[in-house]
Design a protein around this ligand. Structure first.
Ligand code: DC
Length: 225
């Protein structure tokens, strides 16, 4: 079974997807990590976020994904970089490279191959911006997770506080609004809800409630198969 979960930045989709995968015994694939690894590759090899440089990037570094303890890990030239991908610089660059069609084309087969392989056995939860619309239009279940800008900024602020950083609420809100704009206004694979995706508005839901809601759909779907 393939479960596709999409949604905007800081909507809680990754935590929800990880929880669903753990409860169902499925593999978890966070496609954002792959875009982040490409961004790191660009930064390390001095490339800029242009279509020409995206073409060149193919010769500059190799991206691979593997499955470690039911989680997708991402490698640059054979080195596992999964734990290094959440710096502000990479976040900014990832949003830029994700808008390049030469980058998206490069990553399509990688994601599709991984998802289809683990989707058969034991099942997989894939999360990102275009999982249900572009990469896995054939997914068994699709969800679009969202929350208001204010709630997402508040959640991101708490994450910053947990790692000892103290940006202002306004600056966090502005950064998320800007990423929303970049992710949804780009020409290739913009963030949007698949027509057949179930919309989940999480402003008033806890993480446990979001996970349970999706697991309910999974159980229903399993009973049908
Ligand atoms: O989910 P994230 O913040 O880790 O994603 C990093 C960037 O990659 C973000 O700007 C959106 C982009 N992305 C994308 O365009 N398509 C995906 N399937 C996943 C992420």
């Amino acid at each position: 079974m393939i479960i596709a979960i999409d949604g905007p930045a800081a909507s809680g989709k990754s935590s929800t997807a990880r929880g669903v995968a753990a409860a169902a015994g499925f593999v978890f694939m966070d496609s954002g990590l792959i875009y982040r690894a490409v961004a790191l590759g660009f930064l390390k090899t001095g490339l800029e976020s242009t279509e020409d440089d995206a073409e060149i990037s193919l010769q500059r570094f190799q991206i691979d994904i593997t499955c470690v303890d039911s989680h997708m890990h991402v490698h640059i030239d054979g080195v596992d970089v999964t734990a290094e991908l959440h710096t502000p610089q990479i976040t900014e660059m990832a949003s830029q490279v994700a808008a390049l069609k030469n980058v998206r084309r490069r990553l399509f087969g990688l994601q599709r191959g991984f998802g289809d392989r683990y989707g058969v056995n034991p099942g997989i939860v894939v999360v990102g911006r275009d999982m249900g619309t572009v990469v896995f239009p054939h997914a068994d279940l699709k969800f679009f997770i969202t929350a208001s800008l204010e709630v997402r900024a508040q959640r991101r602020l708490i994450e910053f506080h947990q790692v000892g950083e103290t940006p202002s609420f306004e600056s966090v809100l502005r950064a998320i609004a800007e990423r929303d704009r970049q992710d949804s206004e780009r020409k290739v694979a913009p963030l949007k809800k698949a027509l057949d995706a179930v919309m989940i508005e999480t402003d008033k839901l806890t993480l446990a409630e979001q996970i349970d809601l999706i697991l309910g759909h999974v159980l229903e779907q399993s009973a049908l198969q």
